[in-house]
Ligand binder design. Structure first.
Ligand code: IMP
Ligand code: MG
Length: 174
């Protein structure tokens, strides 16, 4: 049976907010180049929409990590499934994530990426669920939306690999 999905953030709301955040980021990085790191797979829709709206030079790379199975709970174990293609030496790195939940994925990733000598590292997320944070040291520089502790799908986010293609953010009603 098809799951019922309640709209939490409409496509228009999400796109409008991404434009606002892109404007802030473009100002912050004026005169610089941004090396965007998209965290696959969830970050891919947000990364594209954000990148299109930035008006500073942008380069892109992709990384895939796993911290979740087909479940809604964090395993606490982070594995690199696909590493970056390019070195980070001297680059202004902006990590682009779909959602920060426990913060385990990013706490680990930031430590790994710091070792590679970027000039700076910042973090940008479409969604943040601060109530769920376990790794309090994870500092989010740019957040589009802070949401309550509900499991969401769409705009890149999946439930058992489904619903990533929804153009809005929704909650799967059980
Ligand atoms: P963290 O390591 O607990 O912060 O989890 C981050 C990852 O968990 C995200 O990149 C998502 O892939 C996944 N995740 C966390 N919450 C949700 C959710 O509400 N919907 C879909 N995926 C989620
Ligand atoms: Mg996921």
């Amino acid at each position: 049976m098809a799951d019922k999905i309640r709209v939490l953030l409409s496509e228009e709301e999400v796109n409008r907010r991404i434009s606002e955040v892109a404007e802030v980021i473009s100002k912050d990085y004026e005169g610089k180049e941004i090396h965007l790191i998209c965290i696959l797979k969830g970050g891919v829709f947000f990364t594209c929409e954000l990148a299109k709206r930035l008006n500073v030079p942008v380069s892109l790379d992709f990384m895939s990590v796993s911290s979740y199975g087909d479940d809604t709970k964090s395993s606490g174990v982070v594995r690199i499934l696909k590493d970056l293609d390019e070195p980070l030496e001297g680059k202004e790195v902006l990590i682009v994530e779909d959602i920060i939940d426990s913060g385990r994925t990013l706490a680990y990733l930031i430590e790994v990426l710091k070792q590679r000598g970027p000039k700076s590292i910042r973090l940008c997320t479409l969604l943040d669920k601060p109530e769920r944070r376990v790794k309090k040291q994870v500092k989010v520089d740019y957040t589009c939306f802070t949401i309550p502790d509900e499991f969401v799908v769409g705009y890149g986010l999946d439930y058992a690999q489904k619903y990533r293609n929804l153009p809005y953010i929704g909650v799967v009603e059980q």
